[in-house]
Design a binder for this molecule. Structure first.
Ligand code: FMN
Length: 294
């Protein structure tokens, strides 16, 4: 393992490791105004949601590493503590990057990056029409984490109103990731697109607490076939199957027939292979049951 002590690294190098490893990060396309009402629009991937009651989002326009100056967005939220956070999807990403240019103070990035501004209902900053989800926020506080170039400025915001384009909703009214097609920032110039095969489901643990990894017999954990991801699903079950269930599952796969044709090692391998197939079909309990060695 590469071992690194942050204080021993140049800030740019540290920034690169941090932003490449803490990735992907969602992007807040932040719309603010200065005290004269001049609009500003810039993307920030030091961003996330931190609570729903009250609804809190935080983003960070950092102090510039190069010359330790502050960003217009930071200056603006100090002057007018309001922001609209517009979420970024794939069809906007190059224009969003365009808006991140260091345009001079007072330059309107809606115009520079070709976005359409829409008035907000509860705050002064404008919304980005092209963004399928927009959050009107008031800034609760700004936490400056340092005074040197590269230091973060956490802009803690409470969401006052949410606008969601109905075209990204599924039939139950929930946001459909395939329709939303969000993009996220990674390290360097890399981004990722959260749709297609990149999106998959991991069912949340249920109300009954899982038995846990430590309850799986050793021959599961040392399996040449079952991976950590496979075992994570099996260990998420509430417990091992009982004897009747094991016998039933064994009959279903003709355990005795298999046993008569191969060695113990081969048998374990083929049973684990069958378990893997059952896991792929979501039949976790049966997968666990056929692997149990009596
Ligand atoms: C996708 C993306 C994410 C960015 N994330 C951040 C960030 O989290 N913090 C930051 O200080 N700058 C970030 N930047 C750079 C700012 O957008 C850039 O410095 C911009 O010029 C700031 O504009 P302003 O001075 O008008 O606020 C990001 C740029 C892009 C393209």
């Amino acid at each position: 393992m590469l071992e690194l002590i942050p204080s021993e690294l140049p800030v740019a190098k540290l920034f690169s490791y941090l932003t490449s490893c803490v990735a992907p990060r969602p992007i807040a396309f932040a719309s603010t105004v200065d005290k004269d009402g001049q609009p500003n629009l810039s993307p920030f991937s030091f961003f996330n949601v931190f609570g729903a009651n009250p609804p809190i989002v935080v983003f960070s326009p950092s102090r510039k590493g190069r010359d330790n100056t502050t960003k217009h967005t930071f200056d603006n939220v100090k002057e007018v503590p309001e922001v609209v956070i517009n979420m970024v999807n794939y069809s906007m990403v190059n224009q969003v990057s365009l808006a991140s240019n260091e345009f001079a103070k007072g330059v309107n990035e809606f115009e520079k990056a070709g976005f359409t501004s829409v008035g907000s209902d509860l705050v002064k900053p404008l919304r980005v029409k092209e963004s399928p989800a927009q959050f009107e926020c008031k800034v609760l506080n700004v936490i400056e984490t340092g005074s040197e170039g590269g230091a973060g400025n956490l802009v803690v915001c409470e969401v006052l109103k949410i606008h969601i384009d109905e075209s990204i909703l599924d039939s139950d009214g929930n946001v459909d990731p395939q329709k939303a097609d969000w993009v996220a920032r990674m390290g360097k110039d890399f981004y990722c697109r959260a749709s297609g095969d990149a999106v998959f489901e991991v069912e949340k643990p249920g109300a009954i607490v899982a038995m846990g990894w430590d309850k799986l017999p050793d021959y599961f954990r040392t399996s040449e076939v079952l991976t950590g991801n496979d075992l994570g699903l099996l260990a998420n079950l509430p417990g091992m199957p009982n004897l009747d269930e094991i016998i039933k599952y064994r009959e279903e796969i003709d355990y005795e027939g298999l046993k008569s044709t191969m060695s113990k090692v081969e048998l374990r391998k083929s049973i684990h292979q069958l378990a893997k197939e059952l896991i792929a079909k979501g039949e976790f309990k049966k997968a666990l049951g056929i692997c149990v060695e009596l």
